[in-house]
Write a protein that binds this ligand. Sequence first.
Ligand code: GLN
Length: 541
Amino acid sequence: MDKKMKFIFVTGGVVSSLGKGISAACIGRLLKRRGLHIFSMKLDPYLNIDPGTMSPYQHGEVFVTKDGAETDLDLGHYERIINTSLTKESSVTSGKVYSAVLEKERKGVYLGATIQIIPHITNEIKNRLFEAFKAKDDTDVCIVEIGGTVGDIESLPFLEAIRQLRRELGYENTFYVHNTLVPYLKTTGEIKTKPTQHSVKELTGLGIQPDALLLRCETNIDIESKRKVALFCNLSDEAVISVKDVPIIYEVALNLQKQHLDDLIVKHLNLKCEDHADMSDWIKLIEKIKRLKKSIKIALVGKYVSLHDAYISVVESLKYAGYDIDKNIEIKWVNSDNLNDDNVSEYLNDVQGIIVPGGFGKRGIEGKIAAIKYARINNKPFLGLCLGMQLSLIEYARDVLHLENANSTEFDENCTNNIIDYLPDQYKGIKMGGTMRLGEYDCELLEGTKTYELYKEKNIRERHRHRYEFNNKYKEIFSDGNLIFSGINPQTKLCEIIELKNHPFFIACQFHPEFLSRPLKPHPLFLGFIKEASRTQVEHE
Ligand code: GLN
C-alpha cells in the first residue's frame, strides 16, 4: 500500500515578514529530531518562474539547491535549520504553475475543457505537492510554507488548493499552522489580539480552520490572552503558541518545543516517532552564542549591501565559522561603488578579512577589484566567491601578469584578454541547465595546497550559479608558481578554486560554498578564512 501523504501547511496573516519561514523550518527541525524524515516546500505567489531573474534588492538572495533550482532564500533557512538538502520540487511559484497549465492547454491535454483556476490551477498545485512528497522515498511529512499574507489576491489559488487537500487526504493527514502578529502597546503595556482574530476570520472564510496559531510578539503572551485567542478563533488552548522575538533564531525552535507544538502535530497527524526531540546541541550552541564577546571584523564588499538579505547565506556562513572558534562576526558592509585604488585603504584598513561575494553586471566591478588588490598586496585574509574569484583572476592578470585590458566578456565584450568568458565549448562533458552552470558539480583538489588542507579530502562537490568561467587558454600564463589552481572540475578541467602561495590566506572559488554551511558544521573555506582573520592584527585609529 502507498504510504499516507501527510502535510503541514504554514500560512501568515496581518503583516508580511513575520518569520514564518523560520517557524516552518523550526517545526521541521523538531520533527526531524524525533526521527521523522522531513521534506520542505515554499509556494510563492509571484508570477516570476523563479527568483533567478529578480533583483536582489527586491527579493534578497537567490538560494541554489543541489539539483540547480534557483529558489527563494527561505529554502536556505530550511536547509540550514533542518540540516537537509532540498530539490527543485521544493520551490513552486505561481509563474511555474500557470506556465505549466498553459503549456498543457496548448498541447491539448485538457481535451477542449475551459481552463479555470479551479480546478486546473489548483490541480496543478496539488500535483506538485504530491510530487514533492514523493520526490524522496522516505518522506514522512512535508512542510509547505505559503508565501505572502492571507488576504492577498495572488495567494488565493494556493490557499484554495490546500483547503481541498484536507477534504482529499483527511483531517489526520493535514495540519494548518497560521502565523500572525500580536502588537504590543508599550504605553499601556497591553497586547492586542484583534488583528489575529480578523486574520483567522479571513482564513476560515476561505475554508481553512487553523490547527495551531503562532503569535509573533515582542513579549511573551500570557495564558489569559492565549485562552482568549483560542476561544475567539475556535482552537484548543494548547494550540495557541507564543513566538516571542528572540535575538538568536535557534531559540525559536526551543520556544515552540517548550509549548509542545511538536507534540500537538505528532498527535494530530498520528506520526510514529520518538517521544522527544533532543535539542541539546542547539541549547549548547545558543549558550555559546550568548557568551561570545570578542568579534572579528570582516568587510563584505558588494553592490547590494543596503539590503543585507541579498547576502544572507554568506553572512550565516561567516557566523557559523565564528561560533566554531568562539568569536562573533562583525560585518562591515562596504559598497563597491564607492571604492577605488586611492580610497580603498580608508575603507578596509580596520578589518581583519575581506570577502567579495557573487554578483552580476558591470556596476561596482572596479571597486571590488580595488578591494581584492588591497587584500593581495597587504596580506589581508581574502575569500572570493564566484564573481569574487573571477575578479581575483582579472586583478592578478592586470597587476601581476600585465595582461593588457584583461577582463570578463560579461563587462567588456571586446576586451583584449578575455580571461573570463562564456565559452560553451568548455562545458563538454557536463550537463548544463540553460546557459548557466547551476547546482552541484564535482571538484578535485590538488594535494599539498592550502585548500586541500582545509577540506582534508580530494573529491568534493559544491553548488554553482554562474555563466562565465576562467578561460583555460590562459592557464599556463597564470601558473607562475604563486597562483595555484587548487581545485579543478575533473570532467571539463574548468577552474573551480584558486589560491595564492605567498599570502597568509587568499582563496577564491567559482562556486558558492555559502550554500553548504550549517550552524554546527561550518564550511571549511569559511572556517579557514575566519581562523586566519582572527589571527590578523589591524591598526587602530
Ligand atoms: N556574473 C558572473 C557569472 O555569471 C558571476 C556570477 C555569480 O557570482 N554568481 O559568471
